[in-house]
Design a protein around this ligand. Sequence first.
Ligand code: GTP
Ligand code: MG
Length: 182
Amino acid sequence: AVFQRFGQKELLFKILVIGDYGVGKTAIVRRYTEGKFSSNYKITIGADFAIKNLDWDSQTKIKLQLWDIAGHERFGYMTRVYYKYAVAAALVFDISRVATFQSVKKWLGDLREKVTLPDGSKIPIVLLANKCDINQAAVPNEQIIKFCKENDIGSWFVTSAKENLNIDEAMHYLVGNVLKSK
Ligand code: GTP
Ligand code: MG
């Protein structure tokens, strides 16, 4: 049993979860790490973080440190501190509120300006169109696709923290990209 551990890798990845207030960042992190959802809105102050342990494959264990940044922090001075050493980011908007999609551009700008990998390259980003269960898609798919193309965002997912839709898939995609970029 001892020898089976030989050659195993244990990696630690810091992943940011950013986007406007109320889009569901905390709900996504909670769904992903605890398997729970609450419809009460409790605003995040500053930043929270949560851990998710993944058995990626027989050789690789990954500890994800998810940093859930308060939506109002884009107007604050702390983002640079929170972003430090991040290797990937999930950029979240609320598909039923157009304004939160417009903000994605600003969040992305802030992120690209402040975070790069040690070799100077861009960190992988996934875009999450959350609250798809509401069935009131105010942002057309074509706009999202165009935005991703223009801004070098590898992929996007329609998600629901409430219905547990595509959260695991999106995070799996993001972690896969971190591994590729190493
Ligand atoms: P800040 O901490 O202020 O930045 O907001 P946040 O992005 O963390 O939002 P939060 O996760 O607290 O969710 C805001 C509200 O939206 C809460 O009432 C959640 O229950 C609700 N919510 C989050 N995700 C979903 C979802 O997928 N579907 C629905 N219907 N509601 C959701
Ligand atoms: Mg929050």
